[in-house]
Design a protein around this ligand. Structure first.
Ligand SMILES: [Zn+2]
Length: 480
């Protein structure tokens, strides 16, 4: 029997129980009223323009001509948006335009290839998401019909696009949830209730007692200042018979005050998103299950709230990590790498083929690369290259960064094996170097993400949680 509180959390799923938004719009009953029609095609021969037009069904008068989705003149070929990404991103302006019209139906005719049709579904799924609509369980205001060259397309043949879009939306929604609703306990309950029983998935939750028994003192230390105790969620996905698992580890700080090294208010304002890495990992596991991906996953969500109280861990504390190394706390705001360190050790103990962590780890990477590119670090050139390529193909970009071994000296401590953070320059690199100490010889990569859109962008019609890294991981997992 589930506990009452858990039942309640599972029952509501914060509006996510309804599943794919696009499927709901496609299944919505046609009501009397006007129909908007959009025709989507990539112009030949250049493939550089994507005109969208919306017509009114009654008088066939053209109502709106949407701006073309221009090809960005990037110098780096691996930053260029593929035609597929541009189709995905055109769905944002389309939905925004249609929502301004008084219509009860949207009919889309797509004139591109079947692969590109997947991008239409993906883009629509992402574009239809609004936080308050999901929370409020709003019914669709119009129905959506998708045609390919004039012939209607069923939702099930759009499954790949819908599954990825939905997985991204779940990650976005978790990131958008306020921290008084989403804490390590409710998050773990959600993960268990939402994922367990889906195809290929098994979920295990480690409470603080188990974390202590596992000697995960860094993880426990970070969560100590909060009344809401830390958790580790372990999601196992089995989609292949023998392959060794790919381990995914996500940073899940449900709110980061900075701890005793408290953040200024401007820096704390968005810190509900400090669990964005774990949301991406959960999204990737959901995607694997929904698409029956031919891989095995060992996905770990390291959940804690970095809070302030008499019990908080302190600068100068020396804490022994699960792998036996001692860490002197230099700054309590460098907590993400601490929970990741212990979770990475759990992951590599199971001897995975690869381990990839995803984390909103440093402000320094945002200073270097801006909000649109994740920093990509790793100890394996082929893995880094593959993830870089997958990021571009999925329109979920990252940029390879150097693991400057010489900087390891900056982590030296007279009182422990290392300190957890450095002052001054190179903060994203030294954070990655800290993590590297916990992965042993396993091929490892680290995505330092932002997890947020400051403004609507492409298919993302609403600012907020972005589901960054879900699409990149999904694209890469197809290849392992
Ligand atoms: Zn922090």
């Amino acid at each position: 029997m589930l506990k009452k509180s858990r039942k309640k959390a599972i029952k509501s799923f914060w509006g996510l129980e309804a599943g794919s938004l696009l499927t709901r719009y496609m299944n919505a009953e046609g009501k009397a009223g006007r129909t908007a029609r959009a025709e989507i095609r990539l112009d030949k021969p250049k493939g550089t323009r994507l005109p969208l037009r919306v017509w009114d069904s009654e008088d066939e008068a053209r109502l709106t001509v949407l701006p073309l989705v221009a090809e960005e003149p990037e110098r780096e070929s691996s930053l260029k948006a593929t035609p597929e990404t541009r189709i995905r991103d055109a769905m944002g302006p389309l939905i925004t335009a249609v929502e301004k019209l008084d219509v009860t139906a949207l009919e889309i005719d797509f004139l591109g290839s079947p692969t590109q049709l997947t991008q239409v579904a993906l883009g629509l799924e992402i574009a239809l998401y609004r936080f308050r609509r999901v929370i409020g369980r709003e019914e669709p205001k119009f129905s959506v019909t998708i045609k390919a060259k004039g012939k209607p397309v069923a939702a099930k043949s759009l499954h790949d696009g819908i599954a990825l879009g939905w997985s991204i939306n779940v990650a976005r929604h978790l990131t958008n949830l306020p921290p008084n609703l989403l804490n390590p306990k409710t998050y773990a309950e959600f993960a268990e209730g939402f994922l367990a029983g889906r195809k290929g998935l098994k979920v295990e939750v480690w409470d603080v007692k188990r974390l202590k028994a596992e000697k995960m003192n860094l993880h426990v230390g970070v969560g100590r200042g909060s009344n809401r105790q830390p958790r580790l969620v372990r999601i196992k996905y089995t989609g292949a018979a023998k392959n060794p698992a790919v381990a995914l580890v996500g940073k899940g700080i449900t709110f980061d005050t900075g701890g005793l090294d408290i953040k200024p208010s401007s820096g704390m304002r968005l810190m509900k998103k400090d669990m964005g890495g774990s949301a991406a990992v959960l999204g990737a596991a959901l995607w694997a299950s929904e698409t029956g991906a031919k891989c095995n996953l060992d996905a770990l969500l390291a959940l804690a709230e970095n809070s302030i109280s008499g019990k908080s861990f302190r600068p100068s504390d020396v804490i022994r990590a699960r792998n036996g190394m001692t860490v002197e706390i230099h700054n309590t705001d460098a907590e993400g790498r601490l929970v990741l360190a212990d979770a990475l050790d759990v992951a590599v103990s199971a001897k995975p083929k690869y381990v990839i962590d995803v984390a909103t780890l440093t402000g320094a990477i945002k200073v270097a690369l801006g909000p649109g590119l994740a920093g990509l670090f790793g100890n394996s050139r082929p893995l880094v290259n593959a993830l870089h390529k997958s990021g571009q193909q999925a329109g979920d970009l990252n940029w390879p960064m150097p693991l400057v071994q010489k900087y390891k000296g900056m982590l030296n401590s007279n009182f422990a094996d290392m300190i957890n953070a450095t002052d001054g320059f190179g903060g994203a690199v030294t954070a990655a170097l800290f993590l590297e100490k916990f992965v042993g010889e396993v091929p490892w990569a680290h995505l330092d993400i932002y997890a947020w859109k400051d403004a609507p962008d492409g298919a993302w019609c609403e600012a907020g949680g972005s589901g960054q890294a879900v699409a990149c991981l999904a694209e890469w997992l197809r290849t392992v």
